[in-house]
Design a protein around this ligand. Structure first.
Ligand code: SF4
Ligand code: MG
Length: 326
């Protein structure tokens, strides 16, 4: 039940109530060891804010982050430091996330040092081990980011994340800045490492085809809420929320007969400052009906859930009306 609100500046007159932006509203997610959950949605949907709040890299207003029952959101001091060692983030920009002045040895060594993982003696050997784990070798030890390719930098970023032997990783658009050919390699690497090291992973991405390949489950975020969640193939084959459907329909097809993009979703997402009443998706929803403007749809359906009155278990579905076939 995580929420993140950002206070907004008052109007110039200083009048009226103080407003806030609801970046993440009451979002719940469970990630098992060895499981990868894809988090998708348009930019501004709150994905990154949610990922950062989980790892305490950003503020969170309300909610718990339980790691084996221990609340990371409320931990302080030594407890927080210990919990932090169980989690890591992989960032989007492979160059920007590394200090350009540090060599590979220093960049990875720094993480080992800060988290007290190795004394100076064992450190070099551990760095070589980590480099090999991410498909690089010891010859890069004394290079700096400027001497490396984007793909190599991202592998160093992953090695840094793995250096603390985390159990949960949040990867935020971690291949978006790379060439398409390199993206596949990094995804394969993450899949392999995730399984081998039994990592829980939250994979934040725009690219639904990639999420389909990598993730066991998928969660779809719209305006700070999860509107659909379920096993990846179920969600792709039979999406239950019209928003998910529009995202899936917008995936470019390889089949040349279908090269024309399908009808894009009309309009921009509304501002998270003034969320629409009822179902927040109603101004853009092709299936909206009058009651969608007033009634907030419940998030229901068991392992494959959706927040839409037309979805199984949704209000209208109970009286026998079904979501039309795709
Ligand atoms: Fe569309 Fe209504 Fe379902 Fe919201 S509740 S997604 S507006 S049909
Ligand atoms: Mg983002």
């Amino acid at each position: 039940n995580l929420s993140v609100k950002f206070p907004m500046a008052r109007s110039r007159m200083g009048l009226g109530p103080r407003r806030s932006l609801n970046a993440v509203s009451d979002v719940s997610m469970r990630v098992a060891a060895g499981e990868t959950v894809g988090l998708v949605g348009e930019s501004g949907s709150g994905k990154s804010t949610f990922g950062r709040a989980i790892l305490r890299l950003g503020e969170l207003t309300r909610g718990e982050v339980l790691l084996d029952g221990q609340d990371m959101a409320r931990a302080r001091g030594e407890d927080l430091a210990r919990l932090r060692r169980e989690t890591a983030m992989i960032f989007q920009d492979p160059y920007g996330s590394l200090n350009p002045r540090l060599t590979v040895r220093q960049a990875i060594g720094e993480v080992l040092h800060v988290h007290g993982k190795k004394g100076a003696a064992g450190r070099d050997a551990r760095i070589v081990e980590l480099l090999e784990l991410v498909g690089l070798d010891a010859t890069l030890m004394d290079r700096r980011p400027g001497d490396l390719s984007g793909g190599q930098c991202q592998r160093i970023g992953i090695a840094r994340a793995l250096a603390i032997e985390p159990r949960l990783i949040v990867a935020d658009e971690c291949v978006a800045a790379l060439d398409v050919s390199i993206q596949g390699q990094i995804i394969n690497l993450l899949m392999e490492l995730g399984q081998r090291m039994h990592l829980g992973m939250i994979f934040i991405a725009h690219d639904l085809a990639m999420v389909r390949r990598l993730c066991d489950r998928i969660a779809v975020m719209y305006l700070g809420r999860i509107v659909e969640e379920g096993p990846t193939e179920q969600v792709f084959k039979a999406p239950r929320h019209p928003y998910t459907r529009s995202l899936i329909e917008a995936i470019p097809e390889i089949d040349p007969a279908r090269m024309l993009p399908s009808a894009p979703l009309p309009g921009e997402p509304p501002s998270p400052v003034n969320l629409p009443e009822g179902c927040a998706f109603h101004p853009r929803c092709p299936l909206a009906r009058s009651e969608c403007r007033t009634a907030v749809p419940p998030f229901v359906g068991g392992a494959h859930r959706a927040a839409c009155i037309l979805a199984p278990g949704g209000r209208l579905n109970e009286v026998g009306e079904n979501l039309p076939e795709t």
